[in-house]
Design a protein around this ligand. Structure first.
Ligand code: MTE
Ligand code: MO
Length: 534
């Protein structure tokens, strides 16, 4: 009896593993072709359609809102049993097993094809999954060696007839029964299981990402209660090579610790505000959208942006006032830090005072008129004008713990960066960029300058350490964003050093002292060496 079961084991394993890799590859393919053709889901949905009303009621009664999950588990159990049978049959005769896989394929493809929104592409998950299952079945069955349902008993019988004169036969038979499965079979089995696991995880990630993309597209952004001021004429000086006033989302700089971007469906997003507050609260995405929204042009900048570096961009943000929310929560005396946590575990520490001093600190939901791209924090992030990103711009935010700086150090503060980090008044030269020669004669030296929440009052440029010349400033809609500037230059031939410096509205002029980015932002004049030719 035991021997008989042991004899079935390779077949059972081969069947189960083939079925598993087939289903998982199907899920992976559905990650590309869309959820409609995902094999288990399609079969489960078809089962619902075929079920009698009485059966449906039973399922809803017994499993409640979990009825769909229960059904998918049911489909998987049936599938597993079927796969076992296929595996055992395949050891008798490979053809039988393959017919079984074809039945699998037919059921899966029929289920997918009859979904109301099915397209031809939805046939691929079941088709490709079944092909992979068939391949696995062939390989595993071959590696398992010849079937011996009878062989496990028969040699012993022969041996007993043969008597003690032929001891080799019973020895061989007992060896066969207890023989460890062949190495090749084990290795193939492990490889199949590994493939199934990788396909499953990959498929799930793809379908989650697709679901989030769909949810993102479906969001209808409310009109802001406090719209951004109209963009004045002349925010763009229209100089080739100069950074546009608004950075398109696709070229907005990105800095984060995420290897895989968090995929958060807005329907499951929640923000908890707790800690040193009188009225802790939890907010859903819909509740956030129903609040009066404000809109502002805010330039985000990374503390690790070197002088002249690229980690700075400007966008029009839309979001709910962070200050208003905090007032509703009621900040208790002594709290000085908003310890914000992202869905991926990153943390940032924003000063309570800055978030509540009336500037446009917000829980942003949109960027340049579209919902936040996933890479920039979908569905919700903080944006606080005037502070470097690591202390103000928590993407994928899910939690705000109102606390103190003494009690909690956020992600980068634990790694040697300052707990408080206002953005330093800085400028950058975009044109000329120093990568190629410039023609002698009239040309533009142009760039951007920023002093968020202070405003830029002047930019000066000097060539070859000569006198500082005042640049012409572009228009700006407010003080939270960067400002373009230009100086007309009559360029003489030769190699020249161009430097710039910005002065903000508090009267402070950016320092010439060079500091590195650690611990709270780089300083020094931006400079470009340019060769001017005839
Ligand atoms: N969740 C999360 N939020 C984050 C970060 C991060 O690593 N994870 N990086 C911060 C840093 S250092 C910066 S400069 C800004 C950059 O925002 P962006 O990628 O949208 O430009 O996001 C901040 N928010
Ligand atoms: Mo940053």
């Amino acid at each position: 009896m035991l021997a008989r079961i042991a004899g079935l084991l390779p077949g059972l394993f081969a069947g189960l593993l083939s079925g598993a890799v087939g289903v998982c590859v199907g899920i992976l393919v559905a990650g590309f072709t869309g959820p409609v053709g995902s094999p288990v889901a399609a079969v489960a949905e078809s089962a619902i359609d075929l079920a009698t009303p009485g059966l449906k009621e039973f399922a809803i009664r017994e499993f409640g809102s979990n009825d769909k999950n229960a059904l998918q588990i049911g489909v998987l159990v049936v599938l597993a049993l079927f796969a076992c049978v296929i595996g055992v049959l395949a050891r008798r005769r490979l053809g039988y097993g393959l017919i079984g896989v074809a039945v699998f394929a037919a059921v899966g493809m029929t289920a997918a094809a009859t979904r109301p929104t099915a397209t031809p592409a939805d046939l691929f998950p079941a088709l490709i999954g079944s092909m992979v299952a068939a391949l696995a079945l062939v390989l595993l069955t071959r590696a398992a060696g010849p079937a011996r349902p009878a062989a496990s008993t028969r040699p012993a019988a022969i041996a007993s007839q043969a008597g003690p004169a032929t001891p080799a036969a019973p020895a061989r038979s007992s060896l066969r029964v207890s023989e460890p499965p062949r190495r090749q079979f084990m290795l193939l089995g492990a490889a199949t299981a590994g493939t199934a696991a990788v396909a499953y995880v990959g498929g799930r990630m793809l379908s989650e990402a697709a679901a989030v993309t769909a949810a993102e597209r479906a969001i209808k952004l409310p009109t802001p209660a406090t719209p951004a001021p109209p963009l004045p004429d002349g925010v763009n000086l229209h100089i080739p090579g100069l950074s546009p006033f608004i950075t398109p989302n696709s070229s907005f700089y990105r800095v984060d610790t995420a290897i895989l971007l968090p995929q958060i469906p807005p329907s499951s997003w929640q923000l908890r505000i707790h800690g040193m507050v009188s009225r802790p609260m939890t907010l859903t995405f819909d509740q956030l959208l129903r609040r009066p929204l404000l809109e502002d042009y805010i330039t985000l900048c990374c503390v690790s942006n070197p002088v002249g570096g690229p980690y700075i961009s400007n966008a029009k943000w839309l979001g709910a006032s962070l200050g208003a929310l905090l007032r509703e929560a009621g900040i208790r005396a002594g709290a000085d830090q908003l310890f914000c946590t992202s869905a991926d575990g990153f943390t940032s520490g924003t000063p309570v005072q800055t978030a509540m001093d009336g500037r446009d600190a917000m829980l942003a939901v949109a960027m340049n008129g579209t919902p936040l791209p996933v890479a920039h924090g979908f569905p919700v992030r903080t944006v606080v004008p005037g502070l470097y990103g690591y202390v103000s711009a928590c993407k994928w935010i899910t939690d705000i713990n109102v606390t103190t700086y003494a009690a909690n150090a956020a992600y980068w503060a634990q790694r040697g960066w300052s707990q408080q980090a206002p953005i330093k008044t800085e400028s950058r030269i975009d044109v000329p960029n120093g990568t190629g020669p410039v023609r002698a004669g009239r040309t533009a030296i142009a760039g951007v300058a920023w002093a968020q929440h202070k405003g830029i009052d002047a930019v000066h440029v000097r060539v070859d350490r000569g006198a500082w010349q005042q640049a012409r400033l572009a228009a700006v809609p407010g003080i939270d964003c960067w400002r373009q500037w230009v100086l007309d230059w009559n360029a003489p031939t030769g190699t020249h050093l161009i430097e710039a410096r910005a002065t903000d509205a508090t009267g402070y002029t950016q320092t010439s002292v060079q500091a590195s980015t650690v611990p709270n932002g780089a300083t020094g004049y931006p400079s470009v060496v340019v060769s001017v030719v005839k």
